[in-house]
Design a protein around this ligand. Sequence first.
Ligand SMILES: Cc1cc2nc3c(=O)[nH]c(=O)nc-3n(C[C@H](O)[C@H](O)[C@H](O)COP(=O)(O)OP(=O)(O)OC[C@H]3O[C@@H](n4cnc5c(N)ncnc54)[C@H](O)[C@@H]3O)c2cc1C
Length: 300
Amino acid sequence: MWGFLGGQAMFPAAFDYLAPTTLGEALDILAERGDDAKVMAGGQSLIPLLKLRFAQPALVLDIGRLPKLNVVSRHDGRLIIGALVRHVDVERDRTLADNAPIMAEAAHWIADPLVRNRGTLVGSVCHADPAGDWGAVMLALNAELVAKSKAGERVIAAAEFFKDPFTTALKPNEIVTEIRIPIPPGQAGGAYNKLERKVGDFATVAVAVQVEMNGRKVTRAGIGLTSVGPTNIKATEAEKALAGQELTDETIREAARLAASAADPKDDIRGSAAYKKDVVRVFVQRGLHTALGRAQEKRT
Ligand SMILES: Cc1cc2nc3c(=O)[nH]c(=O)nc-3n(C[C@H](O)[C@H](O)[C@H](O)COP(=O)(O)OP(=O)(O)OC[C@H]3O[C@@H](n4cnc5c(N)ncnc54)[C@H](O)[C@@H]3O)c2cc1C
């Protein structure tokens, strides 16, 4: 486990490694050593952090051998995505394609096939990188995370999960076992638009949009933003402005304006803050037009 940065070998600090085969065993270990441990799923974000020594846990707890967590299913009006479901699985899964096609669209934008083959959706959300794509999609879809510890189970709304860059509402003794997404009604559509400098790059800006319709009226709108603030952002005011409305040029323009004002980007090598805000505006407009078209296709 090593690499090179500026000609220098990059070795992680020493750590213990455990790979339990039951959830109970994993939770026992975290109950004892959670404060000094890091859970590892696909390792696509954790291993680079270890190599750069940005993280130096005493223990890496590999959950890759826990049973039944690599499954997508439907239960009680929700899509259930287990903690070991990888980006590539999301890209190909029929249940998700039929019920929430925005998921396959977003999965395809993540990194490259190597990362998509190993990294997990849940791991990406737990990593809480404000430039991560899944956080925005989970916010748009009103997802919930199920966190387990020896003390029991908590359900955390995605809107309450992201606290700061790389910081979440999770406690050190908890493992997220699944993400739950309310199954959108028949007449619904979504879109994920991402601007990146080159294929496989993190987003300069990305926007997830989901609309649920009853006839011509929006019953629920979800809008999540990537790379334009300290966390993924739920554009709540824009969502509220759309509820109960028809999607016209005017309501779409107003929602896009509100979403852009919810963004709080910084100038960096990917672009100025003003430019990124304007991309949010354009992507919300574009996403809503696409989502509307997809919702109408489903109605016919
Ligand atoms: C070259 C490269 C390009 C990338 N490009 C993109 C991109 O374009 N878009 C994008 O969104 N991401 C990108 N990523 C990041 C990557 O997709 C995800 O962050 C990664 O897949 C996270 O999932 P994982 O299973 O590998 O998590 P890990 O690396 O194993 O873990 C990540 C973090 O989440 C915690 N964690 C993981 N699973 C759980 C769990 N079940 N319960 C509690 N905590 C948990 C870990 O403790 C750790 O802190 C890129 C990564 C690389 C290396």
